[in-house]
Design a protein around this ligand. Structure first.
Ligand code: HEC
Ligand code: HEC
Length: 265
């Protein structure tokens, strides 16, 4: 029921955005549409052990062991390891709890989560949430053949991200993750902006194949429902669009870029 209601809101938002947007144009570094009201959300929890709001400073110490893969500031260099910088505290805590209970299946992360307490998870979450994600660049190569021939990959991704699929089988991602990909901190809905395309594509492929993170009361089947009818090409397009997505407000100003260019030259 709730899912249907949220998707209804998604459709309404997508329609509103459709009126406001110009067609996609050139730059390969994509900027976001203006922030709209987020879809109504319900908080996701995985670990009901008592924990207080995370302490970023305590988390910084605990994060040293994570740096080899995720980077000291949460901007991993290797695309198989997700960026954690700018990710929400509750989302990180939820995923760590799911790895620990093996409700999200990953042998590597099971090893690192197994010894963490609920408070450690919140502290780590608070630390990474306090870091700034460094976005990548979206793929502006042209799709050679098939139904989307002639479009650039990131343009297809942008259209799907903002409006979903025209046949209604895939909702607008922006309705839940926000036009700038920032998600919703309070409800543990993840920030997507700037994430490595390789990681995002893996996650979307797993969701399409029916993967649900969490079991019983912790299960959240939203993404399995969302991704069910995405093609490989659409997944690739969404993933590269998301990698280049960043909040326009956070982007360096034209002046700053010019100054940097002058300093280099
Ligand atoms: C040896 C490499 C490695 C180390 C060290 C490591 N991780 Fe991970 N981490 C991974 C991999 C690989 C994944 C992706 C797993 C998957 O697809 O579920 C991941 C995924 C995650 C996720 C899920 C991200 C998302 O967007 O859903 C979180 C949160 C996370 N790690 C936190 C941590 C924390 C906190 C530490 C330190 C205590 C840590 N990791 C240490 C390899 C590592
Ligand atoms: C109805 C709300 C909703 C919509 C619409 C939605 N998502 Fe999600 N998405 C979520 C939630 C909630 C999670 C967290 C799942 C969990 O913790 O089990 C998530 C997780 C994800 C993740 C995993 C992030 C990570 O760091 O591992 C990706 C990638 C993602 N969504 C992409 C998309 C894309 C692309 C679309 C559009 C095609 C989309 N989502 C539409 C709610 C939504």
């Amino acid at each position: 029921m709730k899912f249907t209601r949220i998707l209804g809101v998604a459709a309404a938002l997508a329609a509103a955005v459709a009126v406001a947007q110009e067609p996609a144009t050139e730059p390969a570094t994509v900027t976001a549409a203006p922030e709209a009201a987020p879809a109504p959300t319900e908080t996701l929890e995985a670990d009901n052990a008592v924990a207080h709001r995370g302490d970023a400073q305590a988390g910084a110490g605990k994060a040293a062991v994570c740096a080899a893969c995720h980077g000291m500031d949460g901007n991993s260099a290797d695309p198989q390891y997700p960026k954690l910088a700018g990710q929400h505290e509750r989302y990180i805590a939820r995923q760590l709890a799911l790895y620990k209970s093996m409700e999200r299946d990953n042998a590597i992360m099971l090893g690192f989560a197994a010894t963490l307490s609920a408070q450690d998870m919140r502290d780590l979450g608070a630390y990474f949430a306090s870091q700034k994600v460094v976005a990548g660049v979206a793929d502006d190569s042209v799709i050679a053949e098939g139904p989307n021939a002639g479009m650039k990959f990131y343009q297809l991704g942008e259209r799907l991200y903002r409006f979903g699929k025209a046949d209604g089988s895939v909702p607008s991602c922006a309705a839940c993750h926000g036009p700038a990909g920032a998600g919703n901190p309070g409800s543990a809905w993840p920030n997507l902006a700037g994430q490595h395309a390789g990681y995002t594509a893996n996650a979307l492929t797993a969701f399409r194949n029916g993967t649900v993170w969490g079991k019983g009361n912790n299960a959240n089947a939203i993404m399995a429902g969302v991704a069910g009818s995405l093609t490989d090409e659409e997944i690739q397009a969404l993933a590269t669009y998301i990698e280049g997505l960043h909040n326009a407000a956070d982007a360096p100003s034209a002046e700053a870029l010019a100054a940097a260019a002058n300093a280099e030259g």
